[in-house]
Design a protein around this ligand. Structure first.
Ligand SMILES: Nc1ncnc2c1ncn2[C@@H]1O[C@H](COP(=O)(O)OP(=O)(O)O)[C@@H](O)[C@H]1O
Ligand SMILES: [Mg+2]
Length: 322
C-alpha cells in the first residue's frame, strides 16, 4: 500500500479546469518531484494535498487515512513555500519555536528540539539572528527546519530553491536530498527546473495542462519519454523525419568527412559552453542541436559543412507518441 494515494482528483477555478483526473501513488520515504511548465497545476495539486485548497472531486489517502476533506491543520505535513514566509521580526530560534507551539513543550525541551533542528540544517551558529541577517540559502534552511519541526509524515516543498542563485541552488539541492534520505521523510517537491528534478527525484511526475503526462525515474523519463512534450521538456531533443524519431543532442556525432549513414549538414552556430560545445546545424528539413565534447569540437568549430551520425541505440522512437 502506498503512503499517499491521489485518486481521480480534479479541480476548477471558476469555469477553468486546472487539474483533470489526477491519479498518483507515492511510496513511503520517496522523494517525488512535480515537474512541468508554469501554470500546469503543480502548486494547486500540492495545496490540495496540504488541504490549503479543496478539490472538486476525487479522494486523497495518507498513511491509510482518508484525508480528502480533513482541514489543513489536522493533516500531517510540513511545508516550505517559495517565499520562505519567515517572520521577519522573530529570531531564527523563535521562528522555529512558533512551529513547535502546538506541542506545549517545557522551555528546556523546546530549546533542545530547536537546537536539534538547527543542527540538522547546519544553522546552529545562527539561532539568534533575524531573517534579514541571513542569506537566501540560510533563510531557506530555517524554513526547512520549521517544516520539519513536528516530524511530519510528509514534507511538501514548493519551488524551494527557485529564488536562489545557481551555485547555492545546486549546493542546497544536494543538502536537501541528503537530509531527506537521512530522515526518510516522504517528500514532494514542486519544480519547473528539469535539471533539479533529474538530480533530486526518486520519481518525477511530469505535468502539462493539468494532466500527468508521465511518471517515472529520472532515467525512465529522460531515456524513454512517452510523448513529444516530455521529450522536449526534459532536456533538449531533436525531432527527425516529421517527428517519427528523436535524438538527444549528446547522442549525435559530427565529423568532417561523410560516412555510410551520415547526413550532411550546414553549421549555423557554434557555442562554446565549457566542457562541451553546442553546434546548431541545419539541413533542408530544419535545425538540430548537437553537443560535442569540447576536446573534439575544436577541430570542427570553423567548418561550414559537417556530417552527423548516430547509433541506433540512441534513437527514441516517437511514432504513435502524443
Ligand atoms: N486561486 C486561484 N484562483 C484562480 N485561478 C488560479 C488560482 N490558483 C491557481 N490558479 C490558476 O490555475 C492554474 C494552475 O496554477 P498553479 O497550480 O499555480 O500552476 P504551477 O504551480 O504549475 O505554476 C493557473 O492557470 C493559475 O492561474
Ligand atoms: Mg507553482
Amino acid at each position: 500500500m502506498s503512503y499517499l494515494n491521489i485518486k481521480n482528483v480534479s479541480k476548477s477555478f471558476g469555469s477553468k479546469e486546472v487539474l483533470s483526473n489526477i491519479n498518483l501513488d507515492i511510496q513511503q520515504g520517496e522523494l517525488v518531484c512535480f515537474l512541468g511548465p508554469s501554470g500546469c497545476g503543480k502548486t494547486t495539486l500540492l495545496r490540495i494535498i496540504a488541504g490549503l485548497e479543496q478539490q472538486n472531486s476525487g479522494t486523497l489517502t495518507q498513511a491509510g487515512h482518508d484525508i480528502s476533506s480533513l482541514p489543513a491543520i489536522d493533516r500531517d505535513y510540513g511545508i516550505v513555500f517559495q517565499s520562505y514566509a519567515l517572520f521577519p521580526n522573530l529570531t531564527v530560534s523563535k521562528n522555529i519555536a512558533f512551529a513547535l507551539k502546538s506541542l506545549k513543550l517545557a522551555k528546556s525541551e523546546q530549546k533542545k528540539r530547536i537546537e536539534e533542528l538547527l543542527e540538522l540544517v547546519g544553522l546552529a551558529d545562527h539561532k539568534n539572528k533575524h531573517p534579514n541577517q541571513l542569506s537566501g540559502g540560510q533563510q531557506q534552511r530555517v524554513a526547512l527546519a520549521r517544516a520539519l519541526a513536528l516530524n511530519p509524515g510528509l514534507l511538501l516543498l514548493d519551488e524551494p530553491l527557485s529564488a536562489l542563485d545557481a551555485k547555492v541552488r545546486q549546493f542546497l539541492r544536494g543538502e536537501i536530498k541528503k537530509l531527506q534520505q537521512r530522515l526518510g521523510v516522504t517528500t514532494i517537491m514542486v519544480t519547473h527546473d528539469q535539471e533539479e528534478a533529474l538530480a533530486m527525484a526518486d520519481r518525477i511526475v511530469v505535468m502539462n495542462h493539468g494532466c500527468i503526462e508521465q511518471v517515472g525515474t529520472p532515467e525512465d523519463i529522460y531515456q524513454r519519454p512517452i510523448s513529444k512534450f516530455v521529450a522536449d521538456f526534459i532536456g533538449s531533443i531533436n525531432f527527425f523525419d516529421n517527428d517519427q524519431f528523436a535524438i538527444r543532442p549528446e547522442h549525435i556525432s559530427l565529423s568532417l568527412s561523410a560516412s555510410e549513414k551520415s547526413r550532411a549538414v550546414e553549421v549555423a552556430a557554434v557555442e562554446y559552453l565549457g566542457s562541451f560545445t553546442r553546434f546548431t546545424v541545419k539541413d533542408e528539413h530544419g535545425l538540430y542541436t548537437v553537443d560535442i565534447d569540447s576536446n573534439e569540437a575544436s577541430a570542427m568549430a570553423h567548418a561550414n559543412t559537417l556530417h552527423m551520425h548516430w547509433l541506433n541505440e540512441h534513437v527514441l522512437n516517437m511514432q504513435g507518441a502524443a
